[in-house]
Design a protein around this ligand. Structure first.
Ligand code: ADP
Length: 375
């Protein structure tokens, strides 16, 4: 297949050159054969004078021989130049196909290897013409495919790991119950119930995440008052703050313009951030929700006085299953994808989300922006 495509293009380039040569040579032949004899006869008449025919048979014979010699010399010259032109066509088409067909064949081979799962394959992109640009674009695409594949494999590994932990606990307890090693009782049932709940939350979060990342969550965008969005989230989560003894305050200026958002989704983002703030802030601590105008957007901030985040962890926090302290997050009921969901939802609104923290034990602030509603 590869050879057929390559030789096909090579053949076409050669034929194109040959066609130009054939047309050129034929035109030359036709023009020379129709013009040259007349010109030659006129020249002879001019040289010998108008009464050359009266000079006798000898002179006429000489003129005929000269004309024949001229014609055969001209034919030979034309044949020679046609041969030379054909050779030139072969050489030029070989050169051109080496410059065009070889890089295309390399790209073809590279794309075949990528299609068969060799994502590290790259095409050589040294040329600075369009083919070089094509190869560079191809390489960028291959690098993105490779990264996506790496993320996919990591995701499957992470998911298996996340599922294994609660499943192992459930299996251990049910085996203990069957063997009579573990006493059936309220504590055991509560523990099993917790682990099943963890599994359910994880599956729910994963489903939500995949829908948000695939942009399959239909967003009902409409102008929303910032204070209303914050109130909605706070009303739902405030009891948990009271229960843990963490103070929750808000600071929303009354003159903020409305934002263009899906109220339910943004409430969900705020609840995720407030849930984290609560989870990672010890009792007696405090959490503050504020908002401010930033150019064409409104920025929301959820700041806590909790355990804080070391600077080296900040860039990865929004990746799936990334946790600064795995055991702590799990023990506190975290699935490790709350921030990834928040990021997908905010980005679906054309906003962006980020985290900052002065360091460990100095609290953390999670912020996101939403565009101001048009009009
Ligand atoms: P989890 O379910 O583990 O909380 P998230 O995606 O919501 O997962 O958060 C990822 C990680 O970011 C957490 O495991 C935690 O280490 C860190 N984190 C999130 N919010 C805070 C916060 N307010 N203070 C300190 N660390 C936080």
């Amino acid at each position: 297949m590869e050879r057929r495509i390559g030789s096909g293009l090579r053949g076409k380039i050669f034929l194109a050159h040959l066609l130009v040569i054939i047309v050129g040579v034929l035109t030359l032949f036709a023009a020379t054969l129709s013009i040259a004899p007349t010109l030659f006869d006129r020249l002879m008449i001019a040289m010998m004078g108008p009464d050359a025919s009266s000079m006798g048979d000898m002179m006429a014979g000489m003129a005929e021989t000269t004309a024949q010699a001229f014609r055969s010399a001209m034919l030979q010259a034309l044949l020679l130049s046609a041969g030379a032109a054909t050779l030139a066509a072969v050489a030029v088409s070989l050169f051109v196909s080496a410059r065009i067909v070889t890089p295309i064949q390399q790209l073809l081979a590279a794309s075949r290897r990528i299609a068969s799962g060799h994502y590290a394959e790259r095409a050589s992109a040294d040329a600075d013409d369009e083919l070089g640009a094509l190869a560079r674009q191809f390489n960028t695409m291959a690098a993105e495919l490779e990264a996506a594949e790496r993320r996919r494999i990591a995701l499957i590994g992470d998911m298996a790991h996340e599922l294994r932990t609660p499943l192992a606990t459930i299996e251990g307890y049910t085996e203990g119950l069957l063997d009579g090693v573990v006493e059936p009782g309220d504590a055991t049932w509560a523990l099993l119930h917790d682990e099943v709940g963890r599994l359910r939350r994880l599956v729910q979060d994963l489903q939500e995440l995949s829908r948000a990342e695939a942009r399959q969550l239909p967003l009902q965008l409409r102008p929303c008052q910032v204070a209303e969005l914050v109130d909605q989230a706070i009303r739902r989560i405030a009891p948990q703050f009271t229960e843990k003894g963490v103070t929750l305050t808000t600071d929303i200026p009354s003159d903020l313009p409305p934002v263009q958002a899906d109220a339910d989704r943004i409430t969900q983002v705020l609840i995720n951030l407030l849930g984290n703030a609560l989870r990672y802030t010890p009792s007696e601590g405090n959490v503050r929700v504020s908002a401010e105008r930033q150019g064409d957007s409104v920025a929301f901030h959820v700041a806590d006085s909790g355990i804080g985040i070391a600077p080296e962890h900040l860039p990865q926090l929004f990746e799936r299953f990334y946790r600064v302290d795995k055991a702590r997050s799990r023990a506190l009921g975290g699935s490790g994808i709350g921030l990834t969901i928040a990021k997908a939802l905010v980005e679906a609104h054309d906003g962006h989300i980020w985290a900052s923290s002065p360091g460990l034990d100095q609290g953390a602030t999670f912020s996101f922006t939403l565009p101001i509603a048009p009009g």
